[in-house]
Design a protein around this ligand. Structure first.
Ligand code: 0A1
Ligand code: ZN
Length: 887
């Protein structure tokens, strides 16, 4: 019997009934429920009649029963937001299909068929920016994770791999450039001005890697010859006015291709590599096969508009997307629970690349800082999940710092344990064994075990247990022997308690108190709840340097004399450990101060020790300025808040802010002369000269201290730095400092900056961010006014983030006691949710921290979350994050 096509008509079929979510309780999807799809789709042909307001899509799918799956008398094709115009099976129109929720169900006998489906979509109405959408007069796609189903009906899951051939056409004046995955087969323009192109991608791929771009674009082109002599054409496609800012991106792509050949033995596999920059994009960039789509932020740069940090970020993201060609595209994921398989591994690959390009020491510190700022809070809050989650309601919510950054740390630990050479044997085996497959995290670990010859049985817990392990370290000395006693505990996280001990690789060195030297670094493996390690040959208790290079993503807790930290901050030969000693010194002091548990003597002793360590850092002539800049940075307020709120305590953001600013002012005053001297030295290093990057970093760091201790002088110096700047790093640094000051120069320079860069969206984003992040007492009022600014636009994710994400990270203004900051973010979430749910949901974690905050503010945060939860119609994305945050 034919089933009548009405939405939500499961016809009593239990398989279909299950899948119908209510708007308020979207279904939970479990990893344990994975089943292979009943059908294979060896080939897919797509035809696009392109238009900004209306695009017609015809999809032809060749399907055959999957011998690995249970047979089924129907095929379920995912859809989202469209209806079929027509459905044909083997060339015949059929009306036996039905719609279940958003999916299309077609009865089908268990043999090979050809299914043809036509749909019509409106790209200009797609504010969600998933699927096919319009941006600045062009058309582009974003299909990961589940955007392809918004283009046409398809088994939109990563384990269905298909070979795609695509034909497209549209007005040639509007869309002179037509791009898709793989190779261009043919193109032309008809007499009546219709441009057309046919593309073919020879590599089977899942639908999330599909991409199409149509628009008026120009390319910065180059070539790269691979290790086996394949000549690849490289194109960076942008709007005409942006062309002059694409050289760095092109060069970064070349460097990435070369590095992946040299370090991982990976060669590119098509004759063409296209990158397109779009200004409306939810994330950083997307690795679609042969046709990456990038947020303009990660493509465009020149000295006048991009900072050194922007240059590095572009190099890193270009590399990341390129590296996905192997870790993600050639070997893809079986299901979205395996996301870290491609993301954790690719982040590690891009980190190692950037270490080689920019210098290992500083890059490692930056990566750890990101992990601590973004992942540690996630791991200790309501949204904690293992790097391989067990369930989700909306997969977009799992593109997290845990899956990406902790995922990278987990693989880095394997590399640390087996060494570079064996790690390479492991990755070679993984790529070889799983090329062309949709693999799992387990496949990766197994390939590592076999290739690198290591037993990772217990190590696998890193994939299943959430939470940042705490390691307690203590030294017990007697005679000439020192016992290092280590204890670990993995905290409870939502849905997980009573966890097993993890494998924690810790690099340590013990410094002899008399010689100030150590006799070599050792790798200790802590794989039990408690374990002791003996060291001999020390007359006096040695000084412990632990978790060197941040060899494990854990927190170390230890009682260590302040003087030992001062020693390590000045002398440790491991750059990360040196940085860490300085951080530990400051964190210990500020956490005690914020908890109001410092006696006057302790406060003075703490301040003296920090000032002494900072003085040594400023005076150390052997230190390069890039590293000096890192050592000068005080721990962020977010990190301090996490530390104060450890073990179930709550934190008062106001007090933390006061204490941190107080310490900055004290250091600024006590070290006024050395700070002044160093400022003069670095200000004379010419831009682009030797050591210029480090010099610029130190320069702005100095200003932040002066701003806290002597605002008038800081305003003068910053205004001068702004006026004399011949690059964006200097100009932005100066403006950042001015933004925090209540001084007429603030207004002058902000106006100058706006006028100078008006029309350059990426730089105007900076202008919004600097004001939203500033420590100015009226920052909240400024943000409210900026939300009304004619350049503000809720539909552009970069602009929304530039104002509101910065504000939600403002340690002072977001947490004003009245709760107005919380209301502002809750109002934003509610306003943005119907427009762009993915971006809206990303603001929820800022309020989700409520359990860590002192009772008054905590209550205000929680009630904002409740207000959001009560909203009439919430997206799956926002609903899931709010519900988990309140649980
Ligand atoms: N795979 C991309 C990240 C990405 C994920 C989802 C997106 O949709 C909005 C976009 C990009 C990466 O890791 O670079
Ligand atoms: Zn990625």
């Amino acid at each position: 019997m034919d089933i009548v096509a009405t939405p939500n008509n499961p016809e009593g079929n239990p398989e279909l009934a299950d899948a119908a979510p209510t708007p308020h309780e979207p279904a939970i999807i479990y990893r344990k429920d994975y089943r292979p799809f009943a059908w294979l789709v060896p080939e897919t042909k797509l035809d696009f009649e392109l238009g900004l307001d209306s695009t017609k899509v015809t999809a032809i799918l060749s399907v055959e029963p999957n011998p690995q799956a249970e047979a089924s008398g129907r095929i379920r094709l995912n859809g989202d937001g469209q209806a079929p115009l027509s459905v044909k099976v083997d060339g015949e129109a059929v009306n036996s299909w039905s719609v279940d929720g958003e999916d299309l169900i077609i009865p089908l006998s268990a043999e090979s068929h050809e299914i043809e489906i036509a749909t019509q979509i409106d790209p200009s109405a797609n504010t969600q920016l998933e699927g096919l959408y319009a941006s600045n007069g062009m058309l582009c796609t974003q299909c990961e994770a589940e955007g392809f189903r918004r283009i046409t009906y398809f088994p939109d899951r990563p384990d269905v791999l298909s070979i795609f051939s695509v034909s497209m056409r549209g007005p040639a004046d509007q869309f002179p450039v037509l791009l898709c995955n793989g190779n261009e087969v043919a193109r032309g323009t008809t007499d009546d001005g219709i441009g057309w192109a046919d593309w073919h991608d020879p590599w089977p791929k899942p639908s999330y890697l599909f991409a199409l771009v149509a628009g008026n674009l120009v390319a910065n082109s180059g070539t790269f010859t691979t290790m086996n002599g394949r000549e690849v054409t490289l194109n960076i496609w942008v709007r005409q006015e942006d062309l002059s800012r694409t050289d760095h991106a092109l060069e970064s792509l070349r460097k990435s291709m070369k590095w992946d050949e040299e370090v991982f033995g990976r060669e590119y596999d098509l004759d063409l590599y296209n990158i397109v920059a779009v200004s409306d994009f939810n994330m950083g960039a997307m690795e679609n096969k042969g046709l990456n789509v990038f947020n303009t932020k990660y493509v465009l740069a020149d000295e006048d508009t991009a900072t050194d940090a922007d240059y590095d970020a572009i190099e890193g993201v270009i590399a990341h997307e390129y590296f996905h060609n192997w870790s993600g595209n050639r070997v893809t994921c079986r299901d979205w629970f395996q996301l870290s398989l491609k993301e954790g591994f690719t982040v590690l690959r891009d980190q190692l690349f950037s270490q080689d390009m920019q210098g290992e020491a500083v890059k490692r510190i930056e990566d750890v800082r990101i992990l601590r700022a973004a992942q540690f809070p996630e791991d200790s809050g309501p949204l904690a999940h293992p790097i391989r989650p067990d369930s989700y309601r909306e997969i977009s919510n799992f593109y997290t710092a845990t899956v990406y950054n902790k995922g990278a740390e987990v693989i880095r630990m394997i590399r640390t344990m087996v060494g570079e050479a064996r790690f390479r044997q492991g990755t070679d085996l993984y790529f070889d064994r799983h090329d062309g497959e949709a693999a799992t995290c387990e496949d990766f670990v197994k390939a590592m075990e076999d290739g690198a010859e290591v037993d990772l049985s217990q190590f696998r817990l890193w994939y299943s247990q959430a939470g940042t392990p705490k390691v307690e370290a203590s030294l017990l000395h007697s005679g000439d022997t020192t016992l290092l006693a280590l204890k670990q505990e993995v905290p409870d996280t939502p849905g997980q308690s009573r966890k097993q001990p993890m494998v924690v690789p810790l690099k340590v060195a013990l410094f002899d108190r008399d010689t100030g030297k150590h006799s070599g670094e050792q790798l200790l493996i802590l794989d039990e709840a408690q374990k002791g390690f003996n060291f001999t040959g020390f007359d006096k208790p040695p000084i412990l340097s632990i978790n060197r290079g941040f060899s494990a993503p854990v927190t170390i807790q230890r009682d260590v004399p302040r003087d030992d930290l001062v020693f390590l901050a000045a002398n440790d030969d491991d750059s990360f450990a040196r940085y860490e000693a300085m951080q530990e010194l400051v964190v210990g002091h500020l956490v005690a101060a914020a908890r109001d548990s410092l006696s006057d003597t302790e406060r003075t002793a703490g301040e003296d020790a920090i000032a002494q360590a900072m003085r040594a850092i400023l005076a150390d002539e052997a230190l390069d300025d890039a590293m000096r800049g890192e050592l000068m940075m005080l721990p962020s307020q977010t990190y301090l808040l996490e530390q104060v709120a450890r073990d179930g305590a709550t934190a008062d953001p106001g007090t933390i802010h006061e204490q941190r600013e107080g310490l900055k002012a004290l250091l600024g005053a006590r070290l006024a002369q050395p700070l002044r001297d160093i400022y003069e030295r670095v200000a004379n290093v010419p831009f682009n000269g030797e050591g210029a990057r480090g010099a610029l970093k130190v320069k702005t760091q100095v200003l932040t201290y002066v701003a806290a201790s002597d605002p008038e002088t800081a305003a003068e110096l910053a205004a001068r730095q702004y006026d004399q700047a011949d690059n964006m790093t200097d100009r932005q640094g100066a403006l950042m400092v001015l933004c925090g000051l209540d001084h007429p120069e603030r207004t002058h320079k902000l106006l100058d900056f706006y006028t100078r860069y008006r029309g350059n969206a990426l730089v105007i984003d900076k202008w919004f961010t600097l004001q939203a992040l500033s420590l100015h007492p009226d920052a909240l009022e400024h943000v409210k006014a900026l939300a009304e600014h004619p350049d503000f636009n809720l539909k552009n994710p970069n602009r929304v983030r530039s104002l509101y994400m910065a504000f939600a990270g403002n340690p002072y203004a977001f947490h004003v006691e009245s709760g107005e900051g919380y209301r502002l973010i809750a109002d934003l979430i509610l306003a943005l949710d119907p427009i762009n749910p993915q971006t809206a949901a990303r603001f929820v974690p800022s309020l989700g921290k409520w359990r860590k905050i002192e009772p008054n503010r905590s209550e205000l945060m929680r009630s904002e979350l409740e207000r959001i939860r009560e909203a009439a119609k919430l997206s799956r994305d926002t609903y899931e994050q709010v519900a988990r945050s309140l649980d």
